[in-house]
Design a protein around this ligand. Structure first.
Ligand SMILES: Cc1cc2nc3c(=O)[nH]c(=O)nc-3n(C[C@H](O)[C@H](O)[C@H](O)COP(=O)(O)O)c2cc1C
Ligand code: SF4
Ligand code: SF4
Length: 232
């Protein structure tokens, strides 16, 4: 089958996936809800976490089979690192296209950036031509990929306030079983903020450590980097 499959914690990759699925007339599948692992044409969309793809995306790419694949990595305009390069190298993915796509940053509460969805309109044309590509390695940054979960745990403080109505929505939204009725297990939590996104009472607060807040205040990159095969 052909499909757009997405992994999304705070909704950005899901929006990109819906847009792309409409353009391609492909079904749009949430990675958390599909067991399908066999595709003809697969467009996979996932966020960049600590300059790499999250473990759930990596596990999916390890087992999925596709004749042709396009990967879009959404990133919060800071640094996409080598998120796609790394998985292609590791799993020899049959890529005919790829993109690093700028979005709102999950950790910036007042980020009103409008993602340039139209820039992805031609990406799907890469399917069906058999022109496989190699995504180039980009510049390395110091400390990339080092203990991402530990760094997130210290840089993002998350807690549930008195407005919690014990509705259980956060339990269902957390892919890691890291929150139960408003109590967070810090060892399991990766600070993806899926729980805060769904909480109907606005009861999940998060604050950023000064170093992370300073880093996120820096000028943003808004490059859409698209890779497709050429005719030559
Ligand atoms: C744990 C975590 C780590 C992140 N790391 C990066 C990063 O290294 N570079 C970046 O530009 N954005 C980073 N972001 C921002 C996300 O990549 C961006 O907001 C993405 O679109 C979120 O996708 P989603 O809403 O589909 O989950 C990070 C977000 C989270 C939650
Ligand atoms: S979703 Fe919000 S209100 Fe519901 S249990 Fe979780 S923290 Fe409490
Ligand atoms: S508890 Fe942690 S891992 Fe679970 S959804 Fe919330 S931020 Fe993500």
């Amino acid at each position: 089958m052909n499909a757009v499959v997405y992994l999304s914690y705070t909704g950005n990759s899901r929006k990109v996936a819906s847009y792309a699925a409409r353009k391609l007339s492909f079904p749009c599948l949430d990675l958390h809800e599909t067991k399908e692992r066999d595709f003809e044409h697969l467009l996979f969309i996932a966020p960049v976490h600590a300059e790499r793809l999250p473990d759930e995306a990596i596990s999916f790419l390890k087992e999925v089979k596709a004749e042709e694949m396009i990967i879009v990595a959404t990133y919060g305009r800071m640094n996409h690192g080598n998120a796609i390069f790394e998985v292609q190298k590791k799993f020899h993915l049959p890529l005919v296209g790829a993109a690093y796509f700028p979005t709102r940053h999950s950790y910036l509460k007042d980020d009103l950036y409008e993602a340039p969805y139209g820039r992805l309109d031609d990406l799907g044309n890469a399917f069906g031509k058999g022109r496989y590509i190699i995504v180039p390695e980009s510049e390395d940054t110091f400390g990339r990929g080092l203990f991402p979960k530990l760094r997130a745990r210290f840089a993002v403080h998350i807690e549930v306030n008195k407005d919690c109505a014990h509705c259980g929505a956060c339990n269902k939204a957390c892919p890691f079983g890291a929150i139960v009725d408003g109590k967070i297990d810090n060892h399991k939590c990766i600070r993806c903020l899926a729980c805060a996104k769904v909480c109907p009472s606005g009861a999940i607060d998060f604050t950023l450590a000064k170093t992370l807040a300073r880093y996120l205040a820096k000028p943003k990159r808004e490059n859409v980097l698209v890779y497709v095969g050429s005719d030559e």
